[in-house]
Design a protein around this ligand. Structure first.
Ligand code: SIN
Length: 208
């Protein structure tokens, strides 16, 4: 997709509950080949340089998939939204491209449906797919923590606060939003992806 046609941005962390500006449609979708992990430290949003929090990143894993939200950004707003996201996601996140498998709701607006109808359909999932921009804290960035026991991550999340609010709120807003999305798809989050997020949320609540 060229910038003249607009772009799709897919969010799997804060972008799910705090969308980018100027999106025309937002459609749930799945990203295959990744798992969501709170292995990215945050000193600009949900913690400080002295006491960083933990935020979500995507970690490659061929057996996994994650529930996400895809936003369509029309051409006129691509430069503005790209600049906004590059600032918002600056603590170690890199703009990458992934293929998103879209799971539109039944009541999709006509214009959105027309845009979807132009996209290819994946033979294995039967879903429309679209190349989407995604911000990932890849393992080569300075804020990447790497594999961390859930209980340790939970302790960090339970205690940290940054300029965007508490680290607990980041996790709760994300967990709540994903559960609502899964319910709208008539399933549970753990039917779609692994139980990491549920386990982390439970561990944080036991910690507080
Ligand atoms: C995203 O939401 O897709 C990027 C990570 C974040 O801002 O939490």
């Amino acid at each position: 997709m060229t910038q003249e046609e607009g772009i799709w941005v897919v969010g799997y962390g804060s972008l799910i509950y705090k969308p980018p500006p100027h999106s025309t449609y937002c459609i749930p979708g799945l990203i295959y080949g990744f798992k969501r992990r709170f292995w990215q430290s945050s000193s600009d949003h949900r913690g400080t340089v002295e006491s960083p929090g933990r935020v979500a990143t995507l970690v490659p894993d061929p057996k996994s998939k994650v529930l996400a939200v895809s936003y369509y950004i029309p051409p006129d707003f691509v430069p503005q939204v790209t600049e906004y996201l590059n600032v918002r996601e600056q603590d170690g996140y890199k703009a990458c491209t992934v293929l998103t498998h879209l799971h539109p709701p039944q009541d999709l607006p006509l214009l959105a449906q027309e845009r979807l109808d132009k996209l290819p359909i994946d033979v294995s999932t039967g879903k429309h797919t679209v190349e989407s921009v995604v911000y990932i804290g890849t393992e080569d960035n300075g804020s990447y923590i790497g594999p961390e026991p859930i209980i340790d991550t939970a302790r960090v999340i339970a205690t940290n606060v940054g300029p965007s609010g508490s680290n607990y709120d980041y996790l709760k807003l994300l967990h709540d939003a994903l559960n609502r999305m899964a319910a709208a798809m008539r399933c549970k989050l753990s039917d779609i992806e692994d139980t990491y997020l549920d386990n982390l949320f439970e561990a944080v609540q036991l910690t507080t």
